[in-house]
Every structure is written in C-alpha cells, then in structure tokens.
Design a protein around this ligand. Structure first.
Ligand SMILES: Nc1ncnc2c1ncn2[C@@H]1O[C@H](COP(=O)(O)OP(=O)(O)OP(=O)(O)O)[C@@H](O)[C@H]1O
Ligand SMILES: [Mg+2]
Length: 357
C-alpha cells in the first residue's frame, strides 16, 4: 500500500507526487519546496517505481517515459498540452503494421504507409501521436493543399509590408511536429520536388523565395499515406488523381509499410467496441460479407470494395435503429457503381439475411 502524500501548505493529499499540485495550486517549484521542507518527500513509492520501470528522464524541459506501442518501445512526453496532440481512441486495434510505423516514428525514419482505403492508415499515425504526446499536422495532398499553402507565400500584412509566410512544411520542421501527408500519390510534382530535399537524413529545406534554410527540429517526423505505392493503381479503384511516383523519390523513404484490412476477429472487435448495442452474430456476418466482397474485388469481379469505414457507417445507422435494407442502401449501395450493387446486396443478403435480424 502506498502512503498518500500530504501537502504541508494546504493539507491536500496526493497519491503519486506533490509536484504538479505544488506547481499549479501554489506556484511552488520542487526545488523551492525541498529547501523549505527538506524532511518531506515530494514523490510517493508508486512514483519511484514508475520512474524506474518506465525509464523516466528529463529531455530539455519535458519529462519523457517509455510506452509500449503495438510492441515497439516509444518515448512519450509527460503532461504536454498542445492543440495538435490527437485524442486517444481506446477502441483502436493495433496490428504488426502499426508496430512498424511506431518504430519508424520513434527512430526518425521517413515512413510511407500504403494500403486500401479505410484500413486505418491515417488513424494509426494519430493514435501513435496520441500515446506519445506528439503534435501532428495533417495535410491532404489530393489537390486541396496548394503549393503556396505547403511551402509558403508572400502576403501584405496589416502594416502594409510585404512579408513571406512560411507554409505547413517549414512550420512543422521548425516546431518539431509529425507531418502526416495523406494521399501523397496524388500530390503535385512541385510538392514532390520540395519534399525530396527534406527526405534526406537531416535534410534541410531551402525556401527559394527568401533564401532561408530551414533545419529540422529533432522531433520533426515525416509520414506519408497513400492507397497506391506510386506504381499507378492496379485495381483502377484509385486511378483517378493518383500519379506514378518517381523511383528515386520513392527510394528516399526509409521504410514502406503495407496496411491491410484487419483480420476478421479484430474487425468484429472494433465494430463491437464502437457499437456495443449490436448483436455479435450480426457483426460477424457483416465482416464475413465484407471479406467475400474484398476477395471479389481483389479478383477483379467488383470495381469497388467494402472498407472498415463503410462497415462502421453501416453499424452506426443500425445502432440507431434503422432497418437493415435502408441502412445498407444509404451507407454502402448508394456509394458504389450501379454494376456492383446487385452483387453487394446479394452478398449481404446471403450472410446477414434480408432483414439483418
Ligand atoms: N485498426 C483500426 N482500429 C480502429 N479503427 C480503425 C482501424 N482501422 C480503421 N479504423 C476506422 O476506420 C475508419 C477509416 O480509417 P482511416 O481514415 O484511418 O483509414 P485510411 O486507411 O486512412 O483511409 P483512406 O485511404 O481512405 O485515407 C476510421 O473511423 C477508423 O477509426
Ligand atoms: Mg487516410
């Protein structure tokens, strides 16, 4: 049993450590407290155990400790508050591919994550950031981000001076964020050309407009996500807007990770975690139907596929009490090409039954 620690200034008790209470409620730093009360402990026994087992250490102003992320040991920041640190999702399902991405982020490897739509590629980067307390900047390169937003542009400020505003890439490099580049296989060539400099180990960015050279912060990380590996799209599903990436450009990514659909049990577990009111048998049937349709897509019998995102949307409608046929229509059938609708409807009908009961 660990003893609670009593604050001699106000009588409050804390289990783990008095340090945060002293700082926030009394504006007293631990050093000043130790000088005033040399005989009183600031940290409890549990804290000492935590410090040892989690390798707690100070890096600059911030305490770091070790966390296990999908089997990779990562360094997490303690108590850091930043608007770009994502919220953690306890229902997120960790796989071996997640481990590979976690290791890359920990060891500053440029990582390219690719795989079918809706398999959790974007979520995975955000979940790793949530567990380790790292801010993430996410941009979609499918044309919605302009080159000037990405690199920077000239503008006139309130004092009517012409000034250069740094874009998302130099900002993330300076502030030490994870830069998550979604849909990188659809990026404009000028963005690819600029990224090439930064992909080199310790690569600096030269802003040609100003001549400024940006050195990456030690915490800066680069993660790309895409549906294709940049050889163009085999399936045709991602052909629109995706480009063939240049070999030497692709070669500069240290690690390439393929993320696929979750194994059946894990996918059922995810649907259950998000929609606990639905019957397990129904969820198993939905995942089986999705599995058949994904195989049909891989064998080129279907032009579209059933993503985890689509299953989640279907479950959300069912959990709100919608009838199965109507929920299937709005979340899946209406999104697919007419020639696929019949096969998809029949496959769900086969596994789930017409009413989904
Ligand atoms: N392993 C997983 N654990 C929890 N949720 C998941 C997982 N995989 C997918 N999802 C859920 O599926 C949805 C789609 O995920 P996400 O947007 O990350 O996919 P994506 O692979 O980036 O898709 P796209 O290629 O279309 O960008 C999200 O709601 C996400 O939470
Ligand atoms: Mg994505």
């Amino acid at each position: 049993m660990s003893r609670r620690l009593e604050c001699p200034l106000c009588g409050n008790t804390e289990e783990f450590s008095l340090a945060i209470h002293l700082r926030t409620d009394h504006s007293v730093e631990p050093g000043a407290f130790r000088r005033q009360f040399p005989e009183l402990p600031i940290h409890g026994d549990a804290f000492a155990g935590f410090v040892e087992s989690r390798g707690v250490r100070r890096v600059g102003e911030v305490l770091h400790f070790n966390v296990d992320v999908a089997g990779a040991t990562m360094s997490a920041r303690y108590g850091v508050d930043h608007p770009l640190i994502p919220d953690s999702d306890p229902s997120f399902v960790w796989t071996d591919a997640c481990r590979d991405v976690a290791e890359a982020i920990e060891h500053d490897e440029r990582v390219f994550v690719y795989g079918p739509s809706g398999t959790g590629k974007s979520s995975l980067v955000r979940q790793i950031a949530a567990l380790t307390g790292r801010p993430v900047r996410r941009v979609s390169l499918n044309g919605e981000t302009s080159v000037s937003d990405f690199i920077g542009h000239w503008t006139v400020n309130e004092q009517r001076q012409t000034v250069f505003v740094r874009g998302i890439l130099p900002q993330a490099m300076i502030e030490g964020h994870i830069l998550q580049l979604d849909e990188i296989d659809a990026m404009q060539p000028e963005i690819g050309f600029t990224l090439q400099q930064v992909l080199e180990p310790g690569g600096r960015l030269l802003l040609t407009d100003t001549g400024e050279e940006i050195a990456p912060h030690g915490d800066f990380r680069l993660v790309a996500t895409a549906n294709t590996l940049g050889f163009g799209s085999d399936s045709g599903l991602y052909a629109s807007g995706t480009h063939v990436l240049n070999f030497s450009w692709l070669d500069r990514w240290d690690v390439v990770v393929h993320v696929d659909y979750l194994p059946q049990n894990e996918e059922v577990g995810l649907l259950r975690a998000r929609h606990s009111s639905l019957q397990k048998n129904l969820l198993i049937s939905l995942v089986r139907a999705a599995g058949d349709l994904r195989r049909a897509h891989a064998e080129e019998q279907l032009t579209t596929t059933i993503t985890t995102r689509r299953l989640l949307a279907l479950c959300a409608r069912l959990a709100r009490g919608n009838e199965f046929p109507r929920a299937l229509q709005t979340t899946i059938l209406n999104k697919v090409p007419p020639e696929d609708r019949k096969v998809i409807a029949e496959t769900f009908d086969h596994h789930v039954g017409p009413t989904g009961k």
